[in-house]
Write a protein that binds this ligand. Sequence first.
Ligand SMILES: Nc1ncnc2c1ncn2[C@@H]1O[C@H](COP(=O)(O)OP(=O)(O)OP(=O)(O)O)[C@@H](O)[C@H]1O
Ligand SMILES: [Mg+2]
Length: 343
Amino acid sequence: MSNFLEVKNLSVSFPTHDGLVKASNDVSFSVALGETLAIVGESGSGKSVSNLAVMGLHNPNSTVISGQAFLNLESGPIDVISAPAESVRKLRGKEMAMIFQDPMSALHPFYTVGDQIAEAWLLHNDGKKTDAMARATEMLNLVGIPDAHKRVNEFPHQFSGGMRQRVMIAMALVNNPSLLIADEPTTALDVTVQAQILQLLGKLQKELNMAIILITHDLGVVAEVADRVAVMYGGRIVEEGKVDDIFYNSAHPYTRGLLNSIPRVDKVGSHRLHAIPGQPPSLIALPKGCSFAARCEYKRFTQGSICNESVPALTVGTNGHSARCHLTPAQVAQHSLEIGTGA
Ligand SMILES: Nc1ncnc2c1ncn2[C@@H]1O[C@H](COP(=O)(O)OP(=O)(O)OP(=O)(O)O)[C@@H](O)[C@H]1O
Ligand SMILES: [Mg+2]
C-alpha cells in the first residue's frame, strides 16, 4: 500500500509568556488509502496539535511549525506545511477533511444542516444551489439518516448527538476526501451510538477507499478499528506499529502502562486496574532524557542514568514496529513479567 499522507519530522510549538510550548516534537507518521491509523496518548500529548498542522489550521502568527507533511495526490506530492495558505485552503475539505469531538461547536445553529453541507460542496464545486442541496440529501442518506429529504431542511438542534455526528461526517465527506482525520469523534456519545458511528466510518472507508486517522483515548476503539497505532507521549511518538504488535507485544513501557490502565474483560479478577502514577512532563521544560523516565518502572533495568541523560532514538524492528526506549523490545517484554504488569 502506498502512503497517502507522509508526515516527516513535524514539530509544532507555541511561543508563550512562560516559554516555548513544544506540543509536537519531531513527529513522523504515515497512512495509506483504505488504512486506519489510530493515534493514542494521554491528554496534552500533542495528538490534536500535530493533526491540526496537517490540516493547516494553526494560526501562523502564534505557531512555529517545522517538518513536512506530504499529501500524495494524483498530480504529485504536495507538502502542506510549506505550501502557501491558499493552496492548503483548496485542499482542505476536498482532499483532506477533519471531524471533531463536539459537532455542536462545528455546526452553525442558525443554518439548516442541508445548507451547511451544501455550502461545503459549493466551496469546491461549480454548481447550482439545487445541485448542492441534492448532494446534501445524498450525503445524509449515505450516513444513515432516515428521511434525509425532509431532515436536510432541519436545524442542528433538531438532531440527537449521534445524528449530529453523522451530519458532521456527511459534511466532511461531501467532496470525497482521500484523508479523513477524526479527532475523538465518538467520545461525547453513549456506547451504543459510538459503536454505530465507528461502524459507519468503517463502511464509508471501504466504499470511498479513504485513509483515516483516528485520534482517541479509548484503546477499546483502537482494538476494534485500527490497522496501525501511533502512541504519543509528551509531544513525541514513543511507539508505532501494527495493532496486534502494539496490543500483544508492546515495546515501550508507556504503552504497557496504558494497556494496563484499562479494565480487561478477559482478565477479570486476576488483573487490577493499574493507573500510571505521576504526571506527564512540562512541554515548556522537557527533560534532557526520555520524557517518560520520571514515571517509568523499567528505568531501573537500564545502564547507569542513561534514561535521564539522553532521549532514546526511535528504533525500528520487524513489521515496521518502532519504539523510543533505551531497552530493547525483548528486554521490555522480559521485565514486564518481573514487574508483574505485563500487558
Ligand atoms: N495555541 C496554543 N498555545 C499554547 N499551547 C497550546 C496551544 N494549543 C495547544 N497547546 C498545548 O499543546 C499541548 C498538546 O495539545 P493537544 O491539544 O495536541 O493535546 P491532545 O493530545 O490532543 O490532548 P487531548 O487528548 O486532551 O485532546 C497541550 O499541552 C496544550 O495545552
Ligand atoms: Mg486533542
